[in-house]
Design a protein around this ligand. Structure first.
Ligand code: SF4
Length: 897
């Protein structure tokens, strides 16, 4: 496989005998591009490292991934069996010499503990690396790195434990105060993260056996762990189900063991728990039930003569986990039935009366293929919680078009003013009640937590505090160090405090007591959730100064739903997070319909890999060029130029002209039309204007008109009605929103989407302070000295425009790419198979101007090749657009006759 550029197609026409042999599981005769794709993937897996493979939607990408990757797995297992293959573990390498210790501007405790947080670099196998052309620079791992690694993983475990440890409450009964008293606590060796709880003796960094058991759930008969596996992850559960359906079409469905993972919300069959509705509550309730069960198991365990663990039937806990026999049967049936998706597993669990969530998890160790959502694989705490080991494995991330942003957002954290106030009142109440009973260690740490909480509250409430920041806006952003120094909390050792929080179990004790008090006052707010949010922010504050920013929002809550003040940590760098995955896995493959611009992804996720060492493959579409008609529409039916830029889009001339365009389209286009707007607010504005002017009536005379609802749960019903209208031959129009559910995950094949209309360029709002921090961060990549001072926003777009103006290149490019990625994602809803056809109208003069100059950042240069090559980038008038549409649909109608 060629690396570092677009790979040319190598095989034409019929699939050769050799290919038939190589990809024997492919159930049909593959198209040329499918063979090319399978070859490219197979070669990438052979070589290891990172690859990006692009194949447009509707080209059978999923089937190609299955037949190539699983073939590679089978071949590799075979070859291991044959000659006990020698170790191959090629990975990317962090070429940068990042032996960075903390700067003088960091608090001492942070510098001591995290000074080397940036220096982690992928382990290297020099021999393999040379073969791959990776950098051969070797860096010694210092003691401090090891120390950082230990501590960092301990802190991540805090997240896991916070998720798993849940309080036991007495369902409204008045509980004994003794229940809430924190065990006496002494801090130990801070540098090594050691601390101990008197009477508990639990070392931080290793979970107790109880903790291990707590989230296990299913009977764990010894399963042989496979040598290596393939992890396939995608964005949504429906995409994962689609993957399993495609897998069943191949022979691999019966040959390999498959585990399909999902959330408790998707899997749970305990009616009492499901009815809680919300994911967090379902997780907490489930774990709560396990804890009840495990506390009983634990008591039995302790009474064991030989001190060994004994499995026992629990009389409490979830009833869906009470029968080992059923659990075994679940696993047997799962293996016998072949690959099952989430719905199948839920059905199977329901029929047997045993938990499908833990049932599917119990299959992971023996599975050759694990199918799971993004979140479960990319977040380290989730991987640890699920017991996933990526060592020597292959990770395939599908729908990877926004991977960098999705990845970093998993590490954001947020606490609201009302949560802080709840924590504060709980701590005060607790301290008042128990201070005479608490030991000095507990007293000190709880008081420290109170100091922090009050400092955060004061920051959010005191808008006149000139010492803090020259706050000219309702939202400000600061680096971590600026933040802690401004609040005078730099002398608080957060690492130590977090270890205390983890070891002492105080969050549960205090929130249990707080909840008790609150429940007596008939308030249902969860104190535990508030504590967890605070702990999340504290954990974020232990990140490296340049890894992210703290957003301070002092907005006032409004009746229209705007939330009140909050502190939010926004992670900006994905490099270190992604590096953990690359470091462990044999190969990481990013797949998607459109992965461009690859350079942005490389710089943000794996900058250590030189541009020419990235395996990149891109193929065209399987459809005939005649099946698409993309046009840049610069003027409307009356000759009014289309300009949907921020300042012009709401003028009556623009909104009216767009309405006339749609009046025209409903007569020229058969069946379904999807119109994409940049936001719900703008769609609503246009809809109301059309209604008032009578344009809406003219449109609905020809086709029914639907609107994408703001609530995702209501989309299905609207789509059902939309489809019924089209099936009834009356045709329909749906007004949708870029970034909404329709643009992200709904397929409008055939008549459902004969024309996609993109209204303007959907640039994200420049008044979004988090976005502007990302823009600034990306602009600074490679130029770390560039100033990253305090940013203040008033809620208008001006501050954002100033940020964009001050950017050199990368930041602006990222902002523009966000827009065009959203366009590509939306227009990719149509054309879903080889015989599908659709028109794509890009409505704005900005899609046409400058196109002749071949400016790399021109919007149309960011369209997928197969669309760009067919784009009618200039028309003399709207009349020409109408003529082209007429011809296009007439041609396809004639083909049906
Ligand atoms: S064990 Fe399974 S069925 Fe029971 S509450 Fe948890 S997820 Fe639901």
């Amino acid at each position: 496989m060629k690396s570092g550029g677009k790979m040319s197609m190598t095989i034409n026409g019929e699939m050769g005998e050799e290919m038939k042999q190589k990809f024997r599981a492919f159930p049909y005769k593959p198209y040329t591009i499918q063979i090319d794709f399978m070859n490219a993937l197979y070669d990438s897996l052979d070589k290891g490292g990172i690859a990006m493979l692009e194949s447009p939607t509707g080209t059978g990408k999923t089937l190609s991934i299955i037949c190539s990757a699983l073939q590679w797995l089978v071949d590799r297992k075979q070859s291991l069996n044959d000659d006990s293959l020698v170790d191959t573990h090629p990975n990317g390498t962090n070429g940068k010499n990042g032996d960075c210790v903390g700067s003088d501007e960091e608090p001492d405790w942070l510098r001591n503990s995290f000074g080397s947080k940036e220096v982690e670099s992928p382990k290297k196998k020099v021999k393999v690396k040379k073969r791959l052309g990776f950098s051969s620079k070797k860096r010694e791992e210092t003691e401090i790195e090891e120390s950082f690694r230990d501590l960092y993983s301990q802190l991540r475990e805090i997240e896991v434990d916070l998720e798993h440890n849940v309080i036991v409450r007495g369902d409204g009964e008045r509980l004994d105060d003794k229940e809430f008293l924190v065990d006496e606590y002494e801090s130990g060796d801070e540098k090594n993260g050691l601390s101990k709880r008197k009477g508990g003796g639990v070392c931080c960094g290793s979970s107790s056996s109880d903790d291990d058991n707590e989230d296990k759930g299913f009977s764990d008969d010894e399963e042989e762990e496979t040598d290596f596996k393939i992890y396939f992850c995608s964005r949504t559960h429906s995409q994962l189900s689609q993957f399993v359906k495609e897998l069943r079409k191949t022979t691999f469905g019966n040959e390999l063991k498959v585990a399909c993972l999902g959330s408790r919300k998707n899997f749970c069959i305990n009616e009492e728990v499901i009815k809680l509705g919300n994911s967090t509550l379902i997780n907490e309730r489930c774990l709560d039930l396990q804890k009840n069960k495990n506390s009983q198991v634990s008591k039995k365990k302790n009474s064991g003569v030989d001190g060994r663990k004994r499995q026992t039937k629990a009389s409490s806990g979830c009833p869906m986990l009470s029968k080992r026999k059923l659990q075994k049967q679940f696993k047997t049936e799962m293996t016998e039935k072949g690959p099952l998706d989430i719905e199948d597993l839920v059905r199977l669990g329901g029929n047997l009366g045993t938990c499908p969530y833990y049932g599917s998890r119990s299959m992971v160790s023996a599975a050759d293929l694990v199918v799971l959502p993004y979140q479960s694989l990319l977040s380290k705490s989730s991987r640890e919680s699920l017991g996933l080991s990526l060592k020597n494995s292959v990770v395939i991330i599908d729908e990877a078009h926004n991977l960098a942003d999705s990845l970093i957002s998993m590490y954001d954290s947020k606490v609201t003013l009302s949560q802080l106030e709840l924590v504060n009142s709980s701590l005060e109440g607790y301290f008042q009640r128990f201070q005479n009973l608490l030991g000095p260690g507990n007293r000190r740490h709880i008081q420290t937590l109170m100091v922090l909480t009050r400092a955060f509250i004061q920051t959010l409430c005191n808008t006149d505090d000139a010492n803090f920041v020259n706050s000219s806006g309702s939202e400000c952003s600061l680096c971590i160090n600026e933040f802690v120094f401004s609040l005078n909390i730099d002398n608080i050792n957060l690492v130590k405090l977090l270890l205390y929080i983890k070891d002492s179990n105080m969050i549960h004790k205090v929130s249990g007591y707080g909840d008790k008090i609150i429940s007596l006052q008939n308030d249902t707010t969860s104190v535990l959730s508030a504590f967890r949010a605070l702990a999340g922010i504290l954990l974020s504050l232990t990140n490296h100064d340049s890894d992210g920013r703290i957003i301070i929002s002092r907005k006032k809550p409004t009746e229209s739903g705007q939330q009140g003040g909050y502190l939010k940590y926004v992670m900006l760098t994905g490099e270190k997070i992604f590096h953990e995955i690359v470091n462990e896995a044999h190969a990481v493959v990013l797949a998607g319909g459109t992965l461009q611009p690859i350079e942005e992804t490389r710089v943000r996720l794996f900058p250590w890999l030189a541009q020419d060492q990235l395996h990149f493959f891109s193929c065209g579409h399987i459809i005939s060029p005649d099946n698409i008609l993309p046009i840049s529409v610069s003027t409307g039916p009356t000759g009014q130029p289309f300009d949907f830029s921020y300042s012009c889009r709401s003028t009556s001339a623009m909104v009216g002209e767009l309405g006339l365009l749609l009046c025209n389209l409903v007569t020229a286009v058969p069946q379904g039309i999807i119109v994409f707007f940049s936001s719900f607010d703008y769609e609503e504005y246009v809809y109301d204007a059309w209604k008032a002017s009578g344009i809406l009536g003219r449109i609905t005379k020809k086709k029914r008109l639907f609107r994408e609802p703001r609530k995702n749960t209501e989309v299905e019903l609207i789509l059902k009605e939309y489809k019924e209208s089209i099936d009834a031959n009356s045709g329909a129009v749906i007004l949708a929103v870029v970034g909404g559910k329709i643009s992200e995950g709904i397929n409008f094949s055939d008549g459902l989407g004969r024309c996609i209309v993109m209204v303007g360029l959907p640039y994200p709002s420049p008044s979004d302070i988090e976005l502007m921090e990302r823009v600034k961060h990306i602009d600074r990549i490679g130029d770390p000295k560039k100033n990253s001072n305090v940013t203040c926003f008033n809620g208008d777009a001006q501050a954002g425009f100033e940020v964009l103006r001050s950017c050199k290149h990368r930041g602006k490019e990222y902002y523009e790419n966000l827009c065009m990625k959203a366009v590509n994602q939306s227009i990719g809803r149509a054309i879903r198979h080889i015989n599908d056809y659709a028109a794509i109208l890009l409505v704005d003069t900005r899609y046409t101007s400058d196109s002749s100059k071949k400016n790399i950042s021109h919007p149309t240069n960011k369209l997928p090749h197969w669309i760009k090559n067919r784009l009618v980038s200039k028309t003399s008038s709207y009349g020409e657009v109408h003529r082209l549409l007429h011809q296009f649909f007439k041609f396809h109608k004639s083909k049906l006759i």
